[in-house]
Write a protein that binds this ligand. Sequence first.
Ligand SMILES: Nc1ncnc2c1ncn2[C@@H]1O[C@H](COP(=O)(O)OP(=O)(O)OP(=O)(O)O)[C@@H](O)[C@H]1O
Ligand SMILES: [Zn+2]
Length: 671
Amino acid sequence: MNGSQTPARPPPPLSGRGSPLSRMPPRKSLALFAFIFLINYLLMRFLFPGEQPVTVPYTEFRQQVAAGNVIALYSRGTTIEGRFRNAVTWPTPEEVKQAGQPPRPTPLDRRLLPPPKTSSHFNTELPAFFDRDLEDFLINNKVEISAVPIQQGGLWTTLLYFGPALLIIGFYVWMYRRAAQGGGMGGGGVFGIGRSKAKRYDATDPSLRVTFNDVAGIDEAEAELVEIVDFLKAPDKYTRLGGTAPKGVLLIGAPGTGKTLLAKAVAGEAGVPFFSMSAAEFVEMIVGVGAARVRDLFKQARESAPAIIFIDEIDAIGRARGGVMVGGGHSEQEQTLQQILTEMDGFTGREGIIVLAATNTPDVLDRALLRPGRFDRRVVVNLPDKAGREAILKVHVRKTPLAADVRLEELAQATPGFSGADLKNLVNEAALLAARRSEAAVTHKDFLDALEKIVLGPERPLLLTLQDRERIAYHEGGHAILGLVVPGADPVHRVSIVPRGQALGVTYQRPQTDRYNYPEAYLRARIIGMLGGRAAEEVVYGTKTTGAENDIEQATQLARNMVTRWGMSEAVGMVQLAPRENHFLGAPGGFGGEKPFSEQTAALIDAEVQRIIHGCHEEAKRLLREHRRALDGLVSALLNKETLSEEEILQATGLPPAPQLEGAPIREKTV
Ligand SMILES: Nc1ncnc2c1ncn2[C@@H]1O[C@H](COP(=O)(O)OP(=O)(O)OP(=O)(O)O)[C@@H](O)[C@H]1O
Ligand SMILES: [Zn+2]
């Protein structure tokens, strides 16, 4: 009943911005539908000119027959339908004038003559008294009398009639499927299936211009692209001095790290147009379309060179060939890829066009793409470190009014694993919260609340009894106290017993710095902290609840990694017994089904994991008994205020922050 969790690992990078279906603005689609209707109408008019018959009085009909202007007719009941040789207008202007009605009567003028109409098709009503000599009269005047309706006869006519309608229905179906596939229907739309739907973004428009000023926290990647900017600014000078013109640059990085932003900034810095397109949009159901789009995209860029072509998600088409494809589209994908290669091979280096492409799975790319003269430069865009995150936050709060208490450095510290896009989202959420609270400026608390919402989900209203709340408070208090007293533990900066997402309470700890290398003592401190919730319940109540499930899961995982991956068990030694965890740049891990060790080793691993967990559990209980007074103080403050900040925690417990480990952590990239 008392579930809670400690976010032990950095929050997963948040992604997924904007669903593909939402890409088509409703107004655009409306205009498109209107256009199709218009085409349909014109087509019908073209195929069936004068389709609307004119209704003439019987006397007028006879006059036309006498004048030899009636070619053929068909009669059904008392109605006669037929065709004139020359189109007839009825009522005639004279008749309209005689009746004294306006040239364009409104529906209210019903008793008057109908509006004049011109057609070579007509119909008329036979008078009630039967015209005996009509047949002779018609034959004498060489009118063809037919038993089939003149217009509705024949399969051919029927087909012709429904053809356009069928075509249009087919068209709608096709368009919806495309929209559903996320292709969007941007610029080219219906009118140019083979035209590229590249979004052109003009770096010369100052309001849209993105520069390196807007990019932060990924300085290494930025520095590597400065050369590209120089080249675009003066392609001739560059090649004259003997430099080889760069052709393609592959930007590699996790989602939201700013690859698109970086490409735009290169265009902005160089002052050249930027053509961007997602590779997923190249891949169509119709074979050959992708290649045509590529051709068009490069043509457009060539016309406005120097320019940048940006291809997002290149892995969508650049996947190594010969692999297993899901569904169709294999050869389509190949053709599209081939076309890109052909276009790039065609560069002499004097066009001043550079192709930037982005991916987050470089290992799956076809070798052909990476060959010299193609995407032979690779720029890795890493997730930002703490200083980088602070710099990115600074970029995004430029237009946000901030309260004086906002400490961006602390926020940067609390957001390990966040990408640039995640940080932008954080600023946005905080601003929304501030607006909802009708504040004049965004406060530090808005940021913390936004962060909590992003990482843990929104608050969940739950009716809890006083006993439940107290138990949750002791559980969270246990985590928090251990965060304060275990040397090397991550500082606790927030404790809350407000239910959120799956958790009934939360203890939020933030690492002092970004850690790339974890000392063993730190990992033990983490496990002790994770087990602190259950340990506190045991120390205070002497009973257990299900609330520790998440804690147990995380602690076990960590202990298992210590034994099987990091060689931290004397009994097992430095042997790799579990695959490296999937990392976005790493090859997919896994030993492929079978365990590469014996049953004895398996038993040894289990025993070692249990030994670590058991030791940490005992240590947690011992420390909580020792600091029972601090724990009680924290719990009463929690029951009182529900959420406590770092200062409030220190005040309620009367404890100093946890001492840091000696020589730790070591900051070193080991990716
Ligand atoms: N380093 C950064 N500095 C400033 N803003 C950033 C940074 N990285 C990302 N952002 C913000 O996040 C937004 C999304 O980033 P962007 O689309 O460039 O990421 P991406 O790496 O191309 O992502 P994806 O792989 O999902 O296409 C940017 O428009 C920008 O506002
Ligand atoms: Zn817990």
